[in-house]
Design a protein around this ligand. Structure first.
Ligand code: PMP
Length: 349
């Protein structure tokens, strides 16, 4: 049985969180001389002299509506990277606990665990970049506090099989299962957020960095039971999202159809690249993608990478990553950028 209180690090469970100046009164009216702010305005006549809402109520209300979840099932971070850090620090005791990842996958899960002196267990994906369920279940032990499932997976680009994910959620493993859906919008499948009530040990991550085109803003979303969100709220710095971030995201959410259109365009561009790559002899293998990027195996990857770099075309060299030997990860750019890429690859073919 999942027992959140048993799973959370003991000192976090008993921690009395920092209480911010506006925790007792969050209305708009009044004389605010409680937070040592500047009462005039920001330098440059901007409107940032007050601290932002620590729980981002307005923004969460909008996100809750769009995502069809309750506002208290949402945690917002300075990118999903920040949420990954809070997950580690809420659940994993340094020098004792471990997380489980399925490489090749997003590198931050491991790096963040190592920063926090938390062990990393690895159950590599199989040849088709699908979950090795037997290995995953073998490796999980009593100190495994978080299992990361990235779907679609970065850098391989594919969705993981739905049933394999459900099998972890339904197994007797009672630690946290993180489903990282950073590329969900490109994938054509439904979000796991519709199953929040069914799986109390699940945290779903999404981001504004990809489909929404707001990587520079830094805004990530975590969806989980209100009890888990309460624990994450306990350890976050009070003002982790700026007023600018909150206001800008609200504006973006009111123009959601632009996001949908851009996702369609990015998928068209990814398909264009796939078709063009298939004509090139330098490209040995194109891995199927459910994202806005493609993993390709090329002959002589370092040479291809450097040739592209010399033309100021920057791709991600994955050739040193186990199971991605010889591979480059290439994001679908604009049509013009993609043509520049193809022309250079043609010279190498
Ligand atoms: N998860 C995955 C799978 C990613 O690829 C990335 C970004 N490369 C992130 C999370 C981090 O996203 P954010 O910009 O929200 O920190």
């Amino acid at each position: 049985m999942f027992n959140l209180e048993k799973l959370v690090r003991k000192h976090i469970l008993t921690l009395k969180p920092y209480s911010s100046a506006r925790d007792e009164y969050s209305g708009n009216e009044g004389i605010f001389i409680d937070a040592n702010e500047n009462p005039y305005h920001s330098v440059g006549n901007l409107d940032f002299n007050r601290y932002p809402d620590p729980y981002q109520k307005e923004l969460k209300k909008e996100i809750a509506e769009i995502k069809n979840v309750a506002a208290n099932q949402i945690f917002l971070g300075n990118g999903s990277d920040e949420i990954i850090d809070y997950i580690t620090r809420t659940f994993c005791e340094p020098y004792q606990d471990n997380i489980l990842i399925m490489p090749p996958t997003f590198a931050m899960y491991k790096v963040n665990a190592l920063i926090n002196t938390v062990e990393v267990k690895e159950a590599p994906l199989d040849q088709n970049f699908q979950m090795d369920e037997k290995k995953v279940h073998e490796l999980i032990d009593e100190n495994t506090k978080v299992v990361y499932v990235c779907t679609p997976n970065n850098p391989t680009g594919n969705n993981l099989a739905y049933q394999a994910i459900i099998n972890i959620l339904e197994s007797d493993y009672n630690g946290i299962v993180v489903i990282d859906e950073a590329y969900l919008e490109f994938s054509g499948r439904d979000s796991f957020t519709s199953m929040l009530d069914k799986y109390p040990n699940m945290i779903v991550l999404q981001t504004f960095s990809k489909a929404w085109g707001m990587a520079g803003l830094r805004l990530g979303m975590g969806f989980a039971s209100s009890e888990i969100i309460h624990m994450l709220n306990k350890i976050k710095p009070p003002y982790n999202l700026s007023q600018l971030t909150q206001e800008t995201a609200l504006k973006a959410l009111s123009q959601k159809e632009q996001m949908t259109k851009m996702v369609e365009d990015m998928i068209i561009e990814r398909k264009f690249l796939e078709e063009e790559f298939a004509k090139l002899s330098v490209v040995e293998k194109i891995y199927p993608s459910d994202t806005n990027f493609i993993l390709v195996r090329v002959s002589n990857p370092n040479k291809v990478f450097t040739t592209l770099l010399n033309k100021l075309i920057i791709v991600r060299n994955q050739s040193h990553v186990a199971q991605c030997e010889g591979c480059l990860r290439i994001t679908a750019g604009t049509r013009e950028e993609n043509i520049a890429l193809i022309e250079t690859l043609q010279e190498l073919s």
